[in-house]
Design a binder for this molecule. Structure first.
Ligand code: F0G
Length: 352
């Protein structure tokens, strides 16, 4: 039977009322791609079995769709007419799409000038009311938390427990795709810390073994690594430009219980891993998505993780087309030649 989304597939693990009308875009079922060239590059001759969980292939191009199908399904069940979130862009696009499908009004607060083009374009196209704030994601989150105590509006940030319920299905899929076993290491970017919390919940519930969690934060936005709120977070990975994560405590718990590690990687590290993913494996992601891989590479280099014979999964959280601007900025502009065969021959000669 064809795939009908994560609620249909994993219903027995999700605490929905029997009568809910499921709002889905058939999210989930994303590929787990073996990445041997990359494994050999970051851990030569170690026999590292490296996999990429390509969450950018969800319907709106990010992992957020797993949690959003659950949050919007429940919101509709509870009679909501309007939903709201603060977002660095992906949550906004996902909320906008599922709200559109459910016929709900959707408001999204985004930090002005700090949201990648593909996310803004999609949120607008889905018909969300996009409100740019002259402030950070963290400030936006404070605002939406406040407004839902005053107005009949449902919050669909990952503070909403239904977001985690849907998101945890990522762990189920990884175990299923690894023939019923959890990996040794589960590597992912950490921003507001909903995803790390949800994955850990998922592994615990599924009962197929527990990985150690490796979280990566951008060096300019690494509150969990430093133990300090970052008042003005800064990173090229705008998705994780967050200074005071809502699920900070749960992230620490997941790290502690799993024997995990959280580490900061520089923007240069993130871009280097982003480039390796595309050039060695043909997998194009947005910069934040490369943070898990950058963290793994760093920890292997520093000797904190022994890769020999291990299985590691890097979650690639968002598609590369979310942030075309960064991709273009990182590349040499294409060379222009006259439209004739001699010019093409001359080009090839020059490149030998
Ligand atoms: N990767 C991408 C592409 C993201 O968009 C986010 C978060 C993360 C990683 C981090 O996940 O917040 O659960 O720790 N984006 C949120 C948003 C904040 O508004 O789209 P997290």
């Amino acid at each position: 039977m064809s795939w009908q989304g994560i609620i249909h597939t994993y219903r027995q693990y999700l605490p929905f009322d029997e009568t809910v009308r499921v709002i889905t875009l058939n999210e989930g079922n994303t590929p787990l791609i073996r990445a041997d060239r990359l494994a050999e590059t970051i851990a030569p001759k170690a026999g590292l079995k490296l996999y990429l969980k390509y969450e950018g292939l969800n319907p709106t191009g990010s992992f957020k769709d797993r949690g959003m199908t659950a949050a919007i399904t429940q919101a509709v069940h509870e009679g909501a007419k309007t939903v709201i979130c603060a977002s660095t862009g992906n949550t906004a696009a996902s909320a906008a799409a599922y709200a559109a499908r459910a016929g709900l009004r959707c408001l999204v607060l985004v930090p002005e000038g700090k949201i990648a083009l593909g996310k803004l374009a999609a949120s607008l196209a889905y018909g969300a009311e996009v409100i740019s704030i002259n402030g950070s994601f963290d400030e936006g989150l404070d605002m939406v938390r406040d407004i839902v105590t005053r107005q009949p509006i449902v919050l669909v940030n990952s503070i909403n427990p239904w977001r985690l319920e849907g998101q945890k299905t990522g762990s189920f899929e990884i175990c299923d795709q690894l023939d019923g076993r959890a990996p040794d290491w589960h590597c992912l970017p950490v921003g507001n810390a909903g995803n790390i919390t949800a994955y850990w919940l998922g592994y615990q519930q599924y009962g197929k073994g527990l990985p150690r969690i490796l979280g990566g934060q951008a060096a300019g936005a690494a509150p969990i690594v430093t133990g300090q709120i970052v008042p003005k977070p800064e990173t090229i990975a705008t998705a994780i430009r967050i200074g005071n994560p809502a699920r900070w405590r749960q992230a620490l718990q997941a790290l502690d219980e799993s024997g995990g590690i959280i580490t900061a990687v520089t923007d240069a590290d993130i871009l280097a891993s982003w480039s390796l993913l595309a050039k060695l494996e043909g997998v194009f992601v947005e910069p934040a998505s490369a943070t898990g891989l950058a963290a793994l590479k760093q920890q292997i280099e520093q000797g904190a993780i022994d890769p020999v014979g291990k299985t590691a999964v890097c979650v690639l959280t968002g598609h590369g087309l979310k942030d075309p601007g960064t991709a273009v900025d990182q590349a040499q502009p294409p060379q222009t030649i006259p439209a004739n065969i001699d010019a093409l021959e001359a080009y090839l000669q020059q490149r030998v």
